[in-house]
Design a protein around this ligand. Sequence first.
Ligand SMILES: Nc1ncnc2c1ncn2[C@@H]1O[C@H](COP(=O)(O)OP(=O)(O)OP(=O)(O)O)[C@@H](O)[C@H]1O
Length: 792
Amino acid sequence: MMMKMKNTKKSFRSLSETIHSLLGFKNETNSTWANTVCDIIKSLPSTADYDNDYDDSAHGHDHDHDHDLDEVIISKIHGELATLNEEVCRLNAQRRQVLNEFLQLKGNIRVFCRIRPTVNGEKFSHKRPVVPVDSSGILVNFAENKRKLYKFDMVLHPGSTQDEVFSEIEPVIKSALDGYNVCILAYGQTGTGKTFTMEGNPDCPGVVPRTIEALFKQAADSNHTYLFSFCMLEIYLGQLKDLLIPHARKTTDPMPPCLSIQTDPNGGIVIDNLVAIQVSNFNHAISLYRLGSQLRSTASTNSNKVSSRSHCMIRVSMTCSDATERRKITNKIWMVDLGGSERVLKTKAWGRRFEEGKAINLSLSALGDVINALQRKNSHIPYRNSKLTQVLKDSLGEDSKTLMLVHVSPKEEDLCETICSLNFALRLRNIHLGKTEPNEARIMREEAMTNLQHEMQEIENNRDSFMKEIKKLNQKLDSLTKPSTCSNEKLDGLLSSSSKVPQDADKITVTPQSSKIPRFMKPTICSTRKSGTGNQNLYKKDIRPARRKQLPLSRAESVSFPLKNMTESYSGSSISRASCLVGLNEIQSGTDDDTDFSSVNESEANHWVSLHESKRVLSNPTRVKKSKPNEHIKLRKPADVKFAGKESRFENISTVPSTTSSKSITGVDDSSTECDIYCRIMPCDTIDDTCHQNDYDNEVDSTVISQVSTQEAQNLEACELEDDLPAKFPSMDKIILKDLTKNSSQKLENEQTRGFSDILKENILMMYNSVLLGLGLKSLGFDHDFFQALMN
Ligand SMILES: Nc1ncnc2c1ncn2[C@@H]1O[C@H](COP(=O)(O)OP(=O)(O)OP(=O)(O)O)[C@@H](O)[C@H]1O
């Protein structure tokens, strides 16, 4: 029986291994072959049955057999996974092709029209100026018996929901994940609902939050790894402004770096100095979006209480290096809430409002020219006519998808602007699938589109079932490998329990492995006190807390140098005031990496913005990590970092192994950087006022410590403090008080035997010594660490 089992096991193993090895040739073969191999693997005896048979017969005989059997099963699962993954990749490529065909039929530049509903008790005349006739037509009543039909890719009637709007946008988001650049623009007269469409409100989220959510969801559902980064800017009066950096409010505030548009060698657009923060989940991205939205330039106008006075541009970039079928490794999706087109005469704007309106109108006109030239396939596209078109240059062209959502007002008094907007939209659309398209051709196109949609659905269903199978197999694989992990954990637990962890381990920020470094590199008592990295166990009783002001619990995360001339792309690890905002919630909530940022309310955010502004802290505050006592940390020379001409003082700069970087709040897993630099940053203002004083204080501390660290320390341990002394000398150190206690008790003994002059002399001498001690002159003898280090 045992022999039979062994033979079965052997053949089972060899069969599985042979098939697995054959999978190596799969690249040269077609999918039918892969399916056949997959089927053979599936038809192998069930591992569960085999387990049972084997358990019954061999239980208690040979433990090695268990191990061998596991290996066989694992190898079989690996084989299946490889085949399934190949299949998913093939289906992804197929889906991408079909989607692209579908979008090309629909049009790479599509124009939708959304009619705003009546809001806030607006009154209308009986006759409606704009009436949607069907899903793609809109009828405009100019006057009695004078009307015109406008045709678009889609007309969203006043009752349309945000869901309906987004369902039309979703295919384009899939395209973005396939590697195409995408641009979604909201255009229209002021007050027609552009911001409502793009941003929405908590009850009806708009295109931006839905798109971000869909991107993360679809990326998670795919079998690839995506890296997302988020940035937000506005074009105000023709200038680019980073919305993730608070604007300078006072003249003393540092000016944010100037943003400039550059073209990379591949023709891609790069915005120098733009803060791009890598985001690991929806909440993270949405918290940045909210913060950026608060910094938008808005004002109250005749037409809209909260009118956007700029073009607000949100960009999500995605990088996926493990999907060969993608169009580009890194691509982006722009979501633009354009400033409202307005007739300056009607809005009666003057001064700044007038300038803003003029700048908006000029850039909108330039955008219209560019899209029109693209549609006509002109040889010259006038991108350079405005900053808006320069920024969008690589997202509006041939190889990208553009969606323009034109908004119109339902009010009769706005008819003039409505006609202007509709004509603008028509100009963009006409050339592409203009009025001239014959009916038959349109019907054929629509049929082809429906077929492609069905095909895509089928492919997606197949892919989903493969993905489910992959998930199941991965779970199975986990369960097979888990026992060994558990035993490792147990072992780790045993090992760690054997090395005694100090009780106050959580107070130790950094524990250098001093035994492994040369003596001259060892920190002196003074320096360890300053950096707070000293062995606090040793001096815990004797050292009072540093008199330094309570520093903000902030650590600059993933600081990359130099700060100047940093480029926007992949600057997830850049330090900026904006990045302060990223982590601020963490401090507040004290939660872990995937903090729910949605919980940040406006006042909190404002508070933090103002807090950081007032302190000029250029850091990315995160929840301060409690270092493990055995964490290996190299000490680095403290560095000063300059930002916009102001110095920030970094102290306690240390490096931690790069593994920790993957858990950073920004979701940055920058494998190219060796390690993250964790710094505690002194606010500039605080440095000016208090820093030198604090340094002096610490000098005094350390001299006292170095004095008492030898024999006196023992004496002091034994010496009892007088109860009232701390009360009498609250500003004095415990150690000095101990010293005084000791001296005063001796004095009491001797006072009766000595004369007045002796006591006076002794007191003067003591005061003199105290001054020397206070100035730090007395204790720096040759046995001081500093000289020892020099001599070594
Ligand atoms: N589809 C809609 N459903 C409900 N309310 C809407 C809709 N569209 C717009 N509104 C409301 O109309 C008002 C003006 O909208 P919004 O501020 O979005 O206009 P806008 O085009 O962005 O204006 P501006 O160009 O001046 O910034 C807001 O109060 C908004 O809530």
